[in-house]
Unconditional design. Structure first.
Length: 257
């Protein structure tokens, strides 16, 4: 291999470049030394860019951490606006499973406790070939769970409390379940929570609840409110979800496939 002499004679002026940076290194005594000088200059010129990039990355990480902290702490604290005459205490929290909860304390009524759950789905979300399925499932959740399989056990607990009450309703966009209890609130709440964890949905309850939905439909079909809603549905866009028959009946729900 041909050897290379660092002190080989060079032109009077040597200009080298790197990403737009040009430097006259002719004053250096050798090519080797000129290369060293140029690399040194490159480091000096590019160091501010590297520092700026590092600062930008660090700032982005800090901003990201602040956003996460806000969402998990301050972001979950919702200010509840109430009337000056409202003596009840309110607190909004978010559980680990992302369920949002509003706690209310009423010191003027220490004889009763209550709970309600609003599920963010309703009749507008039903498939078109199963009109009324949201309403039907509202009924079915009361028919026991895997942990408490006895049918109507929940309603029995509520009745035993004396002043207890429970019901549910399905709207276009939510399904709301609620109960009040005069005594065994913790036990009743435990049974209630299983509605949404592992409902039983037993075959022997299905047809009975189908008939309950059918009866509700026949009872409501003559009301003025239902007639107005039916007219609005009839006049709406055929492709809009409001065209769906939200109450349901044996005919729309008794599907075998």
């Amino acid at each position: 291999m041909e050897s290379f002499d660092h002190d080989h004679e060079l032109p009077d002026k040597v200009t080298v470049g790197y990403h737009g940076l040009e430097e006259d290194v002719s004053a250096a005594p050798s090519l080797y030394r000129r290369s060293q000088l140029f690399l040194q200059r490159v480091r000096q010129e590019t160091r501010p860019r590297h520092i700026a990039s590092a600062v930008l990355i660090c700032a982005s990480v800090i901003v990201f951490i602040i956003i996460i902290w806000y969402l998990t702490t301050l972001g979950s604290k919702v200010e509840i606006i109430k009337s000056d005459r409202d003596s009840r205490l309110y607190r909004a929290i978010t559980l680990d499973n992302s369920v949002r909860v509003t706690l209310v304390s009423d010191f003027n009524d220490n004889q009763q406790s209550a709970c309600g759950v609003a599920v963010a789905t309703g009749s507008l979300y039903e498939p078109r070939d199963l009109n009324g399925i949201a309403h039907f499932l509202e009924h079915m959740l009361f028919m026991g769970s895997e942990k408490y399989p006895e049918e109507n056990y929940f309603e029995q607990l509520v009745i035993q409390d004396g002043n207890g009450y429970t019901n549910a309703y399905t709207t276009d966009e939510i399904t709301d379940y609620f109960f009040s209890s005069g005594g065994k609130f913790n036990k009743t709440l435990s049974v209630f929570s299983q509605f949404f964890i592992k409902p039983r949905l037993a075959n022997d309850s299905i047809y009975r609840e189908l008939k309950a939905v059918e009866s509700e439909w026949k009872r409501e079909m003559g009301s003025e409110d239902w007639k107005e809603w039916g007219l609005l549905r009839h006049l709406s866009n055929p492709n809009h979800p409001t065209q769906k028959f939200s109450t349901g009946s044996i005919e729309t729900l008794n599907k075998t496939d």
